[in-house]
Design a protein around this ligand. Structure first.
Ligand SMILES: CC(C)(COP(=O)(O)OP(=O)(O)OC[C@H]1O[C@@H](n2cnc3c(N)ncnc32)[C@H](O)[C@@H]1OP(=O)(O)O)[C@@H](O)C(=O)NCCC(=O)NCCS
Length: 166
């Protein structure tokens, strides 16, 4: 048995099985759970950052095309996805961008990430775009495996960066 199969057997409790899952827009009351998942995944608590993300992507007044969705199972937030439609940035016709996707570690490998991505992609389609992009750290093999499994491949844009110094 591979390590992955072992993870799959132990990982997702019954409460997070696909049939009991709902994907819905974030509410203010979800923020603590979102912050807890992000803190668990990244090791860094960023309350102010998440409040500003909520204002920008989660509130009714969020920019058109912005989406901040959560996955809820048995009354608990077990994952989230955030993205928006960006027009003509980098010279590209309007497309959807996925900025963040996270599933609580004890709820992974049960299809929740897939459901979250499906939902945000449906939103992008409704907004009229036919292309989605994302960016990921080249050493994050987990998120790379996930996006590849969903059909995403290297695109025609490449990231460039440099240190700015003092
Ligand atoms: C990536 C992530 C969202 C996947 O969520 P998930 O609910 O476990 O994903 P799913 O169960 O829908 O998995 C879908 C596919 O992704 C791939 N995948 C998911 N976890 C994997 C793993 N540990 N190893 C290899 N492939 C994996 C598989 O191909 C899987 O399909 P399969 O189950 O049919 O084999 C989740 O692992 C996570 O939150 N990771 C941390 C994310 C992160 O680093 N975020 C910061 C940058 S935005």
């Amino acid at each position: 048995m591979t390590r992955r199969k072992a993870e799959r057997t132990d990982a997702a409790p019954a409460a997070t099985q696909r049939s009991e899952l709902s994907i819905r827009p974030v509410r203010r009351g979800d923020l603590d759970a979102v912050i807890a998942i992000d803190t668990q995944v990244t090791g860094l608590e960023k309350r102010d950052y998440w409040r500003s993300v909520y204002r920008r992507y989660g509130e009714a007044a969020a920019a058109p095309g912005a989406q901040f969705l959560v996955a809820e199972a048995a009354g608990e937030v077990v994952g989230f996805v955030i993205g928006e439609v960006r027009d003509w940035e980098f010279g590209a016709p309007p497309c959807g961008w996925v900025f963040a996707i996270d599933v609580r570690p004890d709820a992974r490998l049960a299809g929740i990430g897939t459901r979250l991505l499906e939902s945000i992609l449906s939103g992008f389609r409704r907004a009229g775009v036919r292309k989605v992009r994302t960016m990921l750290a080249s050493d994050n093999t987990l998120i790379l495996s996930f996006f590849r499994s969903q059909g995403m491949m290297a695109g025609r844009f490449i990231p460039l960066e440099m240190d700015l110094g003092e």
